[in-house]
Design a binder for this molecule. Structure first.
Ligand code: NAP
Ligand code: GDD
Length: 337
C-alpha cells in the first residue's frame, strides 16, 4: 500500500518540489491549500491530475493553519504516515508589518498541526520547517547547538514552532523532526525574496522593459542553496530510526551584492548602472550573516548540497529569461480542468 503524506504549504516553493519528490517515490500526497480570490496552485498544477481521471495521487484540500478544527478533521480522514508542516507567513520583512498574524500562522499554526496530529492519534511522523533565521544575530558558522537570537517576528514565531516540535517529541513521544534550513532558492522562489527579485529584474532590464532595480541592504550575507535538493533532506529526516534536528545548508556565504553582480554578469550588464537603494527595503533589525555547518546532516542523513552559488545564479537567471520570453509569446495559458 502506498505511503501517505500530508503537506501544509504545498502551493509554495518547497511544497511544490516536495510533492514532486514524494510522488516520484510512490507516495499518495495530500496538500492543504487556502482559499484565495485568485488561483494559487500555479506551482503544482503540472503534477495535479484531476481525481475524476482515476489516476490521481495528489489531492488538495481547503484548510488553514489558523483553523484547528479543519486540520484535525483532515488528519483523521487522511491518516497520513508523514506530515510536512511547510505552511507559514514566510516573509521576514513583512512579518514586521503583520507580527500578530505571523505569530499566529507561523508559530501557533505549527502547534495546531502537531496537536491535530496528536489528537487524531494516527501515529504519524512530523517534519517542522524550521529556519536559519532563528540564529539571527549569533555569528556564523551556525550549527544545531548554536544559540538562537531571533531578529524578527517571523524568527520569533519559528523559534516557538521549533521548541514546540521538541516538546511534542519529549512530552508525547511523537516523531517530530526539525529541519533548520538555510536560504534555498529556485526559479519557483516567491518574487519578493531577494534572489528572485534580482533574477526577474535582470531578465526585464535585459529585455528593455524595466529601468531600475530597487533594493535594500546589499551587505547581508546568506548561505543560498538550491531548493529541489533541500526537500530530499526533509524526507530523509523522517526516514531515520529516531527523530532529531538538522541544519541543512551549503556552508558557503555570499553577500546580496555578490548575487546582484553575478546575476547581471550572466547577461553581460554592469549592475551599478541599474541598481538603486530604497530605504523601504531595509529592516528594523537585520540578520547580518548566516552560514550553516551541515556536518550532522551529511553524517546522519547522507545529505550534501550539489548546486552551489554560481550555478544557482545561472539557473535562476536563465529560467527568468525563458519565463519572460514565454510570457511575451503568449505560451503560458492556464487551462481550467
Ligand atoms: P513560501 O513559498 O512562502 O510558501 C509558503 C506556503 O505556506 C504557501 O503554500 C502558502 O500558501 C502557505 N500558507 C501561508 N499562510 C498559510 C495559512 N494561514 N494556512 C495554510 N497555509 C499557509 O515558502 P517556502 O520558501 O516554500 O518555505 C517553506 C517553509 O520553509 C516555510 O515555513 C518557510 O518559513 C520555511 N523556510 C524556508 C526557507 C527558504 O529559504 N525558502 C528557509 C528556511 C525555512 P499560499 O500559496 O496560498 O500563499
Ligand atoms: N526581500 C528582499 N527584498 N530582501 C532584500 C532586498 C529586497 O529588496 N534588498 C536587500 N535584501 C536583503 C534582506 O535585508 C536580507 O538580508 C537578504 O536580502 C535576504 O532577504 P530575503 O530574500 O527576503 O530572505 P531572508 O533571508 O530574509 O528570509 C528567507 O530565508 C529564511 C532562511 O534564512 C525566507 O525564505 C525565510 O522564510 C527563511 O526562513
Amino acid at each position: 500500500m502506498s505511503r501517505v503524506a500530508l503537506i501544509s504549504g504545498i502551493t509554495g516553493q518547497d511544497g511544490s518540489y516536495l510533492s514532486e519528490f514524494l510522488l516520484d517515490k510512490g507516495y499518495t500526497v495530500h496538500g492543504i491549500k487556502r482559499r484565495a480570490s485568485t488561483f494559487n496552485t500555479e506551482r503544482i498544477d503540472h503534477v495535479d491530475v484531476h481525481p475524476r481521471s482515476g489516476d490521481a495521487r495528489l489531492f488538495l484540500h481547503y484548510s488553514d493553519l489558523s483553523d484547528p478544527a479543519s486540520l484535525t478533521a483532515l488528519i483523521r480522514d487522511i491518516r497520513p504516515h508523514e506530515i510536512y508542516n511547510l505552511g507559514a507567513q514566510s516573509h521576514v520583512r513583512v512579518s514586521f508589518d503583520i507580527p500578530g498574524y505571523t505569530a499566529d500562522v507561523t508559530g501557533l499554526g505549527a502547534l495546531r498541526m502537531m496537536e491535530a496530529a496528536r489528537s487524531a492519534d494516527v501515529g504519524c511522523r512530523f517534519y517542522q520547517a524550521s529556519s536559519s533565521e532563528m540564529f539571527g544575530s549569533t555569528p556564523p558558522p551556525q550549527r544545531e547547538e548554536t544559540p538562537f537570537h531571533p531578529r524578527s517576528p517571523y524568527a520569533c514565531a519559528k523559534v516557538y514552532a521549533y521548541w514546540s516540535a521538541v516538546n511534542y517529541r519529549e512530552s508525547w513521544n511523537m516523531f517530530c523532526a526539525n529541519g533548520i534550513l538555510f536560504n534555498h532558492e529556485s526559479p519557483r522562489r516567491g518574487e519578493n525574496f531577494v534572489t528572485r527579485k534580482i533574477t526577474r529584474a535582470v531578465a526585464r532590464i535585459e529585455a528593455g522593459i524595466q529601468d531600475k532595480l530597487y533594493l535594500g541592504n546589499l551587505d547581508a550575507v546568506r548561505d543560498w542553496g538550491y531548493a529541489p535538493e533541500y526537500v530530499e533532506a526533509m524526507w530523509l529526516a523522517l526516514q531515520q530510526d529516531s527523530p532529531d534536528d538538522y541544519v541543512v545548508a551549503t556552508g558557503e556565504g555570499h553577500t546580496v551584492r555578490e548575487f546582484v553582480e553575478a546575476a547581471f554578469d550572466r547577461v553581460g550588464l554592469d549592475w551599478q548602472r541599474y541598481v538603486e537603494l530604497d530605504p523601504a527595503y531595509f529592516r528594523p533589525a537585520e540578520v547580518d550573516a548566516l552560514i550553516g555547518d551541515y556536518s550532522k546532516a551529511r553524517r546522519t542523513l547522507g545529505w550534501a548540497p550539489k548546486t552551489l552559488f554560481s550555478d544557482l545564479v545561472r539557473i535562476m537567471v536563465d529560467a527568468d529569461r525563458q519565463l519572460l520570453e514565454d510570457e511575451r509569446m503568449g505560451r503560458l495559458v492556464r487551462v481550467d480542468r
